[in-house]
Design a protein around this ligand. Sequence first.
Ligand SMILES: [Zn+2]
Length: 327
Amino acid sequence: MDKLEHLLEEKSSVQIVSDFLNQQLKDWPLAGGNYKGLEHLEEKEFQFDGFTIKVQFNPERIRSSTAKVDAKSIQERACFLCLENLPAEQKGIAQGDDFVILVNPFPIIPQHFTIPKKAHVDQAFAENISGMLSLAKSLEGYTLFYNGPKCGASAPDHMHFQAGNKNFMPVDSEYAVLKKSQSELLSDSSKVEMRAFSNYLRKMISIESENQEDMLRAVSIFYSCFAKMQPEEKEPMLNAICSFVEGKYIMHLFPRKLHRPSQYFAKGDDQLLISPASVDFGGVFITPRREDFEKITSDDIVDIFKQVSVDDEFFRKLCASLKENRI
Ligand SMILES: [Zn+2]
């Protein structure tokens, strides 16, 4: 644990982690080179009805998009999130008792962190909701995200979150606008506000609250309602994006039915190597291959979200169950 520094409370979270990132970029050539490369990445945008989907061409993400996450492949590799396996140049900032903030050496976001648990335990949402809320609060200025073990996590065997600059993902800013016009209110008590978005290409449940305990309860209710509807899964398939903004926790939850769309497995010209995870659900599609970046259309985006998100009927039932169990 001599690698770990402790947070100094008098500095803001943004200042502390920005300084940490800058130091790592100086000391660690791999990370330094990849963050420099990020400045020159090509991006394009598609406009939909009141919201945007960006597409980023990022060749360094090929490892993550094509990560083999079956039990055998996982067992045969050394875990890259266990502290004892980190490269010598990589340092961390301890966060609470359980988590460590690391610089993600293959960034999508200008400041991109991976936040593993110190212990090598499975990627799991339910028992880490309160950890996610605490992290979001202490990392105000950043957005946290969680990829389920079958929803984009490239280390399903080692519990971790990621974090990046707030407002990198369009959902961060679109939410405040869309919730007024395009959402269904599922719960609006003095404690929490829960909304459903069914016309956002992907299905989204958003929860906000000022109080961490109420937030935890509401997110746990979402989890158990959803888990009951996917009994065949060890964990219901989901991505989660969480931030702490102006005294409120905000979490966006994306219930899913599929890990990778048919385009991922197609051959030749029909193939699009896109493996959707939280960042894609937040509104930034990552294409590691130039040909995919160039040929992807808005119809592809609509189709991919349709395949990997739960369908209309399922979502209606989930919303009904959330209304019934609201706090
Ligand atoms: Zn590990």
